[in-house]
Design a protein around this ligand. Structure first.
Ligand code: ADP
Ligand code: ASP
Ligand code: MG
Length: 421
């Protein structure tokens, strides 16, 4: 017996029947004798719908007002789920982020949680009530509403689990766990029984959106036992995410992921002098823009200058270009080139450490499938290749079979097909 945090995503709450089904899963956990805190996302595609509404009003909506708008989705879910639990005869109360005290930095749309007040949560749990908290949202010290980035309810859940020292955090979703790749793209993807925090972090960062990367980061730092499981098959135990030294590594590659939300930018003919690369990226960092892959190479026609290529999230493109125009003038660079026809395809596995030949197998497999590689980056447990967007699906399928990740079973997935190239 202890505190269990449960998080339910949008597909699990898509309509009132599904909300009643979630209420049953919550009550099941309460009947196991646990104190239960539930974190919810907005219903179905509500957040996408709200984004669409804003785009009909403004091409570049104010970020504060976007947070005000998007945070409403989760508030609908907390009230309805709490009513559904009460209908079953259990005591429950809904709380938004301000009421809990989920304090974030003063950044709109991608805020990080800096503190969670636990007094109120503990008091209500001691009264025997189930608490239903709005995910994805936070509040600054001076009362401004913020959001944590798309998919951020996972992070709300893990952060609350960490602050309450919960015995576990269960992420309930529309698939039965973490798979070797997105089962919607490769139907015979295998469900992983366990995966390490490190590998899950790389998978999440490279596009496996089954978990928000910061949720995994937080779980790793605070050692929160994390599990991904199905809302629709409560009897299945899903995937455990645990520390790397607690598990045996058998395969070189654990999973394959793709990210189709980045754009590649090249700033051409930057004079080859110390400090210039720093100037380019310092300005971007000051505007809170995260840069992913970076390659600096001599410009083909002039060995005294460099071309610096890098990728950013497509949502940061406009800001990035504004900043780079000034940097271009300051450094006397020649051109800025944008390529939005890209996808980053990655293989991840703790088993690739000190095992040569994995990179060449990846490149050869892509070449055999006639897929051109535009950029490459590596870390200890990950290799990423930038390819054309149209090749992303084929690249995942080819790599998944090259590294023998398939299973005989066909994964069962609920919800709509993702908008994947
Ligand atoms: P929720 O609304 O519950 O937060 P998400 O859509 O954010 O659900 O995440 C679940 C989806 O993640 C699945 O439906 C699946 O298509 C996708 N996905 C991508 N990569 C993986 C993976 N490696 N394992 C499982 N699911 C994955
Ligand atoms: N509702 C938010 C989104 O759609 C947060 C989440 O679902 O985790 O991104
Ligand atoms: Mg999600």
């Amino acid at each position: 017996m202890g505190i269990v945090v449960q998080k339910f995503g949008g597909t699990s709450l898509a309509d009132t029947d599904k909300i009643k089904n979630v209420a049953k899963a919550v009550i099941k956990e309460k009947n196991n004798g646990n104190d239960v805190v539930v974190i919810v996302s907005a219903m179905g595609h509500t957040t996408d719908y709200l984004v669409k509404l804003s785009s009909e009003i403004s091409k570049n909506p104010n970020k504060r007002e976007m947070d005000m708008l998007l945070s409403t989705g989760e508030q609908v879910s907390i009230a309805l789920l709490t009513m559904a639990i009460q209908e079953e005869g259990y005591e429950a109360i809904s709380l938004n982020a301000s009421q809990v005290g989920i304090i974030t930095e003063k950044v709109h749309s991608t805020a990080r949680i800096i503190d969670i007040k636990t007094d109120k949560l503990n008091k209500i749990l001691n009264e025997g009530k189930i608490i239903v908290v709005a995910g994805f949202q936070g509040v600054t010290e001076d009362g401004e509403i913020t959001t944590l980035g798309r998919g951020g309810s996972d992070t709300s859940a893990v952060a609350i689990a960490a602050s309450l020292k919960a015995q576990r955090c269960d992420i309930y979703t529309d698939v039965e766990g973490v798979y070797t790749t997105d089962p919607r793209i490769v139907p015979n993807a295998s469900r992983l029984e366990i995966v390490s925090y490190e590998e899950m972090l790389e998978l999440a960062r490279t596009g496996a959106n089954v978990l928000h990367p910061r949720a995994v980061e937080t779980a790793k730092v605070y050692n929160v036992p994390l599990r991904v499981r199905s809302t629709f098959k409560l009897e299945n135990l899903g995937t455990y995410i645990i520390g790397v030294n607690e598990m045996e590594i058998s395969k070189n590659v654990t999973g394959v992921a793709a990210d189709t939300t980045q754009v590649r930018i090249v700033i051409c003919d930057v004079p080859d002098q110390p400090g210039n690369a720093g100037k380019v990226f310092e300005k971007l960092a000051q505007s809170n823009i995260s840069v992913d892959m970076i390659i600096q190479s001599y410009a083909r026609h002039n060995l005294n200058t460099n071309d610096i290529a890098f990728t950013v999230d497509e949502n940061d493109l406009k800001n990035t270009l504004e900043i780079l125009e000034n940097v271009k003038k300051e450094l006397n660079a020649s051109n800025i080139f944008v390529d939005d026809d890209i996808a980053k395809v990655s293989i991840v596995g703790a088993g690739m450490i000190d095992r040569p030949g994995i990179a060449s197998s990846m490149f050869n497999a892509l070449a055999k499938a006639n897929i051109n590689i535009k950029m490459i980056s590596t870390s200890e447990i990950k290799i990423s290749c930038l390819v054309n967007k149209n090749d992303a699906k084929k690249a995942i399928q080819v790599l998944h079979s090259t590294f023998e990740l398939g299973s005989d079973e066909i994964a069962e997935v609920k919800g709509d097909l993702p908008n994947f190239v």
